[in-house]
Design a binder for this molecule. Structure first.
Ligand code: C2E
Ligand code: MG
Ligand code: MG
Length: 631
């Protein structure tokens, strides 16, 4: 008998029997045995009495033994279930009608509900009102079909607060497969949600000012356009750029720059109505989007102007950056929008163009986009593409304007470019050289002019009547400051196989001052092989004696504005006279350009100017005509 008792229980049970026998009590014992027939472990319940003989000398046990293994198993399962139920996850058990039977402690902690608040109520008392009926219908359909539903859902806490959670509802089926209970598990994901929101916020907001960034602005522009389309009311886009922000950054440092941007952001926000948007595009560029303006363009423009001026005023007030008092202004470009008639891209571009217009007008100003601005920009774009075509199709030609000694002998010519435009006819350099400079097209154009010059010199070299002639070529800033400019010239000279000493390059004062060390270096190198330099338009720039003596110049060209005023404005005549004297003293050749009248020529000659160029002698002409003039 003793051997049957499971070793784990054996000692405890034997001790209990000893006590029972000595106390003559009724007893109830549960323990495990090893069933002798198959060695299986079974739980038994022993229920009995101690019986004695009359003298109470002999005692024996009387009772029943019951196999309770099954019951024990159920109890264990229940204990496991109960402890699982009290786990850290919030849980609710309902009956088949979704009436709450039990909730656990974690549920109380999550929602604030205690059992008596909810037990006996339908589970839908927890609904937040954030989802419509179809949502719940679909949810229960899924549970009844598949036995489980999982998803993100909004619920309501006892205090009314709505929170997001990850909900799992599982159906508990009986052996026939009919749902008898439902178990709902709640995982609070508000923290995760908050983190997601934070990430979204970072993606759509500028971290420095916390304002919407470009992406969010574009996102908001779409519905704004749509709503303007529906209501017929106009909106406006204002591009705001701080004046001199770079200077602040460079002088007081980026930290101060950041402080300024933050304060600007606050001020901008205070200038607009709720529903309007302030965004920061980056750097010192901000955008304000106004909505719901008047449906009439002129009224909407006035409304925009009022806000724009309010912004200018506000940004004009002094800033306190750490301990520095700082003053700043801004330039604003504005454009109205209405319906979908312009694309977002177009709108942004228009506001940007208007902003540049405000800057160009002297800053601290508001400008509206004006279609003429766009027309000018379009015209420039068309001109640029025409220029590219002109290069491919060789539409440029060179005119030659004689340079004359006072004895009327032609000593050479200045080469002046013209563009033979297929539709517009002859185009003068003032109408395309600046754009060619800006776009870099001046580089191939300049190369072509230099090659043409060398080829012409080569042709003249072969003829005794022309071999003494020199050619002056205008060189632009961008062209001259190319790193390999000297190399390019040498290459062209080599290829055309000319003597370089008749090639003259005309530079301007601004070109020289752009990078004076680089200029001197290049000039010296080219001068070594015989290429000489002339200072064009002399007198209009800085005309500093200091650089004049440093530069290896062979010639000064008196600017035509002084020549023009000879006999008209004595001070200009005096300047021309001074330049001649200075050049002669420094042993630099001097030439007067733009000589149109005999009066001018006589004055210049009387003051020792040996060379002239101007309409008095000849306008710039094509090569054939120039060669005619030589005769
Ligand atoms: P610039 O080098 O100062 O050329 C002198 C300008 O004055 C020329 O204008 C010429 O036609 C004009 N001119 C000459 N004599 C007279 C006169 O008696 N009266 C008046 N009113 N004007 C006179 P153009 O040909 O229109 O050239 C204008 C400017 O374009 C040039 O000024 C030069 O800076 C630039 N340019 C011309 N050709 C080239 C070139 O091949 N390359 C570069 N980079 N610039 C060039
Ligand atoms: Mg010139
Ligand atoms: Mg000139």
């Amino acid at each position: 008998m003793v051997r049957l008792i499971h070793p784990e229980h054996r000692q405890r049970i034997l001790d209990r029997y000893q006590e029972i026998i000595s106390s003559c009590e009724r007893f109830l014992l549960e323990y495990m045995i090893i069933r002798p027939s198959d060695g299986e472990i079974r739980w038994i319940l022993v229920h009995g009495d101690i019986e004695c003989d009359k003298a109470c000398t002999y005692r024996y046990l009387v009772g029943t033994i019951q196999d309770i293994t099954e019951r024990k198993q159920v109890e264990t399962d229940l204990r496991v279930a109960a402890s699982a139920f009290e786990s850290h996850e919030a849980m609710v058990i309902t009956d088949a009608e979704a009436v709450i039977l039990r909730i656990n402690q974690a549920f109380t902690e999550l929602t604030g509900y205690i059992p008596k608040d909810v037990v006996g109520h339908k589970i839908n008392m927890l609904n937040s009102g954030q989802h419509d009926d179809t949502f719940y219908v679909a949810m229960w359909e899924k549970i009844n079909h598949t036995g489980i539903w999982q998803g993100e859902i909004w619920d309501r806490r006892k205090n009314g607060e709505i929170y997001s959670l990850w909900l799992t509802i599982t159906a508990v089926n009986d052996t026939a497969g009919v749902a008898t209970h439902y178990v709902a598990t709640y995982i609070d994901i508000s923290d995760r949600k908050a983190a997601e929101d934070e990430i979204k916020h970072l993606a759509f907001n500028d971290h420095l000012t916390n304002l919407p960034n470009r992406r969010l602005l574009l996102d908001r522009l779409k519905p704004a356009l749509a709503s303007s389309h529906r209501s017929g009311r106009k909106g406006a886009l204002l591009f705001i750029d701080l004046d001199n922000f770079k200077t602040l950054n460079d002088t007081l440092g980026h930290h101060m720059g950041d402080l300024l941007l933050q304060q600007v952001a606050k001020r901008l926000e205070s200038c607009i109505r709720e529903g309007d948007t302030v965004a920061r595009l980056g750097g010192d560029e901000f955008v304000v989007m106004l909505e719901d303006l008047s449906e009439y363009a002129n009224e909407a423009e006035v409304q925009t102007e009022v806000i724009g001026n309010k912004i200018l005023d506000s940004l004009n007030k002094p800033y306190l950056l750490s301990t520095h008092e700082y003053h700043n202004t801004a330039s604003i470009g504005a454009t109205l929008f209405n319906k979908h008639e312009k694309s977002i891209d177009e709108l942004m571009k228009q506001a940007d163009i208007a902003m540049y217009q405000a800057k160009a007008s002297g800053r601290n100003a508001l400008r509206f986009f004006d279609p003429q601005m766009q027309a000018r920009i379009n015209a420039l774009a068309a001109l640029e593409s025409d220029l590219r075509q002109a290069l491919i199709e060789n539409q440029f030609i060179i005119y030659y304007q004689p340079q004359v000694h006072h004895n009327n002998q032609i000593i050479g010519a200045e080469m002046l470019i013209r563009w033979q435009h297929p539709q517009r006819g002859l185009v003068f350099p003032a109408d395309f050289i600046p754009l060619a400079e800006e776009t870099g097209l001046i580089l191939p154009i300049g190369q072509w002019v230099l090659k043409t010059a060398c080829a012409q010199l080569k042709t003249w070299e072969a003829n005794v009547h022309t071999q003494h002639l020199r050619l002056s070529v205008n060189v632009s800033v961008r062209q001259f400051h190319q790193a390999d400019f000297v190399e390019q010239i040498l290459q062209i000279i080599r290829c055309s196989n000319i003597k370089p000493d008749r090639l003259r390059l005309e530079l301007t004062e601004s070109l020289v001052l752009d990078d004076i060390d680089d200029t001197i270096l290049k000039m010296n190198e080219l001068q070594k092989i015989g290429v000489l330099f002339s200072m064009d338009d002399f007198g209009t720039g800085y005309s500093s004696l200091a650089y004049l003596t440093k530069l290896p110049l062979y010639q000064l060209k008196i600017d035509q504005s002084f020549v023009h005023n000879i006999g008209v404005k004595p001070s200009d005549a005096a300047i021309a006279q001074t330049i001649i004297g200075m050049a002669n003293n420094l042993n630099i050749e001097v030439i007067a350009e733009g000589v149109e009248t005999e009066v001018q020529r006589i004055f210049l000659e009387q003051h020792d100017c040996p060379l002239f160029q101007g309409y008095l002698f000849s306008k710039p002409v094509p090569i054939e005509l120039f060669e005619e003039l030589l005769k």
